[in-house]
Design a binder for this molecule. Sequence first.
Ligand SMILES: [Zn+2]
Length: 416
Amino acid sequence: MRQRIDYWDPDIETSPLAKLKELQEERLQTLVRTTYQKVPFYRKKLDQAKVKPEDVNTLTDITKLPLTRYVEDFVATPIQQKLAVQWESVTEIMTTSGTISGFTQPVAMTARDVEEGFSLMARTMRMAGVKSDDIVQFLLPLDMLIPAVKRLGCKVMPSMAGRMRLDDQIKLAKLMKSSVAFAMPSYMMGFVQRARELDIDLRNGTNLRLAVLGGEPLAAPIRKRIEEETGIDFYDLYGFAEVMGVGGECIQREGLHIWADHYIPEVIDPDTLQPLEPGIEGELVITTLTKEAMPLIRYRTGDMTKLLAPEPCPCGRTHPKIGHVRGRVYDVIRIQGLKLLPSDVEDIIVGIPGLGGEYRIIIDKKDEMDVLKIKAEHKSGVSNLMLLQEEVKAAFKQTISLRCQIWSAPNSDTTC
Ligand SMILES: [Zn+2]
């Protein structure tokens, strides 16, 4: 059913493209000038690249600027050398997950950074369809975002309301008639699975209608299957610890708008570091245009996605779109001259009805040649394993042009 389009900030969300570009260029020039003057880390980076602030005037000039790498630049640089403000102006400190660096990294914010981050989160949640009469249940421990969601006028249940216990969260959703779940995709999958086990019908026994998700990829076929089963529409948002509210899906659900008044998205080839055209998958790079405490220039996010072709979106928003994040750069599997992400494999596996969904990727070296092997669980009722293996083999060949070895495996394993 088509919903009425509801904007949080209509003027900026539907701004004419020329006006948006003018604003971006103005903010980019200010960003480069400010960081060169105030941030020792960026002054050094720009000097090394032999770029002066006056060299950056238009959006296309952004490629003159050096990339900011996570481990080698962001992690390796002490916080004081990344700050564009005096330490006294910092009011909040967030941290990155530390998955890659082994330790969480501090991210400093001023009061204005927090205020703008909340405003962008509210804009993103409204774009996903969250309204003032909703009850938003936090299923992830990001309660610092509660003030942002409350700006929409809705009721909010913090993650601690369910004591971080899955069964309690599900029962609370039913009891309190929550209408929106805010979660990581994997947690939402566990939520749906456990509700099934508890015999709680999410479609008819609860008021849940939206799930706003972020933080990790979710295979499209799984998303579709769960949406059909539960009647809950899934909306993806994009952001990471270093920045809040970068963008998200509108009701068209064909890509994520990136808020261009605050961020410039690029996608680069992670090997050559060259910018890629829309439609070609690579690593997302984000430049923050308005961050006060810790601005980032051409920051390599490590997330694999693509820019979408710049076409008008039926929702009326003019901000550029990216595809769903499909994995991390370090997850890329290089095999037989191809680059694969685990989500490529997952998309195929979950699309085959005879398979159970669990799988393992094995890279085997045979006669100096890498061979991709997938060990996948099949459903218990499958009687003809050979036929299933042929189906798996054909799906891999057709979808990713990769040949697999097929043989029968005992018990509940199909290996290809
Ligand atoms: Zn849209």
